[in-house]
Design a protein around this ligand. Structure first.
Ligand SMILES: Nc1ccn([C@@H]2O[C@H](COP(=O)(O)O)[C@@H](O)[C@H]2O)c(=O)n1
Ligand SMILES: C[C@@]1(CO)OP(=O)(O)OP(=O)(O)OC[C@H]1O
Length: 158
């Protein structure tokens, strides 16, 4: 078994869609990035790469490469899944947390879990996604950005 962690932050700006966990969320602002800026999927990808000791998403998918401009992060997660399988691993379980003052994510969590478990070809019970505010403290509390953290355990494929 191998364990990995991932962390990501993206800035909230006007004129962008808010996409988190592969789901488009109704909000007056969205996250800024070279890709679709899906902060949760980025943290999850980095946790898997960390468990495999293969670096991070910036190394695999440079933000200077036009191929990744506005790319749907679900596509990138699919590439990470293929790398994990090539390395001989599968998801044991994954836990994650999104930190955002607004909007409320509660109503979107089940859809996110279904999308992510489908891409990672694992039972939805193996994927945990939670949300928290930071009680109005810091950059998250000021609604300047959203952060996400993920921890994963990978198992050798049987
Ligand atoms: N963006 C968010 C933040 C929180 N939630 C849900 O609300 C609960 C209470 O949050 P606190 O930060 O006040 O502890 C939290 O446990 C989440 O269920 C949310 O959906 N979206
Ligand atoms: C996902 C990538 C793809 O170019 O771009 P960004 O959306 O800027 O996201 P970041 O979390 O900064 O990771 C870097 C890149 O891998």
């Amino acid at each position: 078994m191998r364990i990995g962690i991932g962390y990501d932050v993206h800035k909230l700006v006007e004129g962008r869609k808010l996409i988190v966990g592969g789901v488009e969320i109704k909000h007056e602002k969205g996250l800024l990035g070279h890709s679709d800026a899906d902060v949760l999927i980025h943290a999850i990808m980095d946790s898997i790469l960390g468990a495999l000791n293969l670096g991070d998403i910036g190394k695999l998918f440079p933000d200077t490469d036009e191929a990744y401009k506005d790319i749907d992060s679900k596509i990138l997660l699919g590439k990470i899944y293929e790398i994990m399988v090539d390395e001989g691993y599968e998801i044991g379980n994954l836990d994650s947390v999104i930190a955002a003052e607004r909007p409320k994510f509660k109503g979107y969590i089940e859809s996110m879990k279904n999308i992510i478990s489908d891409i990672l070809v694992t039972d939805v019970e193996n994927i945990s996604i939670k949300a928290t505010t930071t009680e109005k403290l810091g950059f998250v509390g000021r609604e300047e950005g959203i952060s996400a953290e993920a921890v994963v355990i990978l198992k050798k494929r049987g």
